[in-house]
Design a protein around this ligand. Sequence first.
Ligand SMILES: Nc1ncnc2c1ncn2[C@@H]1O[C@H](COP(=O)(O)OP(=O)(O)OP(=O)(O)O)[C@@H](O)[C@H]1O
Ligand SMILES: [Mg+2]
Length: 473
Amino acid sequence: MRTSIRTRLLASLLVVAVASAAVLSWYFLRELEAYGLRKLEERLGSEAFLMAKLVGETGLESPSAVGNALQEASEAVYSRLIVLDARGVAVADSAGDTELGLDYGERPEIIRALSGEYGAYTRVTDDGRVALYVAYPIERDGDIVGAAYSSAQTFSITTLIRDYQGRLLTIIAVFAVVTLVLAEGLSRWLSHPLRGLESTATAFAGGNHAVRVKPAGSRETYAVGEAFNLMADEVGRMVTELKEEERRKSRFVSDVSHELRTPLTGIRGTAETLLEGDVEPEDERRFLTTIVRESDRLARLADDLLALQRIEGATGELPLRRVNLREVAERAAEALEHLTEQRGATVVVEGEAPDVLGDPDRLQQVVANLLDNASRMMPGGGTVRVELARHGEEAALSVLDEGPGIPEDAIGHIFDRFYRAQRSRDRSTGGAGLGLAIVKAIADAHAGRIEAVNRPEGGTRFTLHLPAIRDDR
Ligand SMILES: Nc1ncnc2c1ncn2[C@@H]1O[C@H](COP(=O)(O)OP(=O)(O)OP(=O)(O)O)[C@@H](O)[C@H]1O
Ligand SMILES: [Mg+2]
C-alpha cells in the first residue's frame, strides 16, 4: 500500500525533530559538563594553592593545628582539603581526624605533586558521580615537604539525564504532538491541490473528457495541473478524431455494401428468370445485356474504390512530373470522345495554363470524371468547355456545362463519397457517386483544390486550382 504525503511528512518531521533535539542537547550538555568541570578544577586549584602556600610558610611542625583550622573553615570552603606529608600520608583533613594516617602516595596526582608539579585527576565513583582531585606541592626553603590536596564531587550529566528520564519522556511526547499538528497542517496545505488533481484525473479516466484542473498550490503542483490540462486537451482532441474516423469508416462500409447490393440483386433476379426458362428469345437477349451492364457497374465500382484508396493512401508518393494541363485536357477529351458524342455533347478545349508538377494520368482522370458528369447532365446535348487559365501563382482548369446546375442543398455534398444529387435518376444511368470524391482526392494529393459553382447563365463550372511551377526560380 502507498503511504500518503501526510504519513511521510509526519515520519520525516518526527525523525528530524527528535534526532536534532537529541544531537543538540547531547552536544550542549557535554559542553556544559566540560565547562562545569573546568570551573570546578579552577576553584579546587585555587583553594589547594592557597593552602600549599600557607602551610609552606608556617611549616608542618604542628599538623593538628592545621587540621583544626581546616575543620573550622570546612563550612566555608568548597572542597575537602587534606594536607599530606612528603610520603603522601594524610596529616590534616578538613573532614575530621578519622582518616588521618591514610596513605595517598600511590595516586598519580599525588606522585606529580610530590615531584614538584601540579597534579589533577578525575574519577567516576560507583554511584555515577564525578570526583575531581587537585594537588599542589608544599615547598619550604626549596624542599618539597608535602602536598596540598583538594577534592570535590559533582553530578555527571549522564547521571542527571538518567535522573530526569521521566521528564524527558514527557518532553519527547510534547515534541511529537507538536510535530503531528505541524505535519497535519503542512500536509493538508501541500496535498490539497493534488487531491483536486486526483479527482479530476479520475473523472477524466471515467470518460468525462471535458473536466479540467484549476492549477493551484506550489509552483510544482501548479505545473502538474497545467501539464494535466494540456494532456487532457490533446487526449480529448484525439478521442474526437478517432470517433469521427470510426464513424466515417462504418458509414463507408455501409455505403459500399449498399452500392454492391443493387447491381447484385439485379444480376441475381435476371439470372433466376433465365434459369426458369420459358423466356422469349428477344427477352433473353435483353436480360443478358442487363447482366453484363450490372457486372460492368460492379467492376467499375471496384476500380473506383481501389483508385480512391490508392490516392488517399499514397500521400506524397505520386510520381510527379512537369505536366502541361492543355495536353492533359485534350487527351481526356479524346479518350471520352465516343461517350460524349453518343450523348450529343461537343467538348471544346480553350486557353493555356502554366505547367504544374503532377501525375499526368491522375490529372487526366480528373478531367475525364468532370467531362463524364458534364455530358451526362445535358441529355439534350450541348457544348462542354474546358478552359485553361493562370490565376496568380496558380494554374486553373475549369469545366463548364450547359446542364441544369447543382441544387443549392446539394452543392456542399457533391464531393462526398457515394453522394448523388438525383439518386433515383442517376442509379439508372450508372453513377455510383464516387467520381467527384476521386477528383477531390487527386486535387488534395497535388496540394490543389477543386470548387463547384452554378453559373448565372445556367449550367455549372468546376475549377481545379493547382500550384504553378515558377520558372523564374
Ligand atoms: N456537372 C454537373 N451538373 C450538375 N450536377 C452535377 C454535375 N456533376 C456532378 N453533379 C452532381 O454531383 C453528384 C456526384 O457526382 P459524382 O461524379 O461524384 O458521382 P456520379 O457522377 O453520380 O457517379 P460516378 O461519377 O461515380 O459515376 C452527381 O450525382 C450529380 O448529382
Ligand atoms: Mg461522376
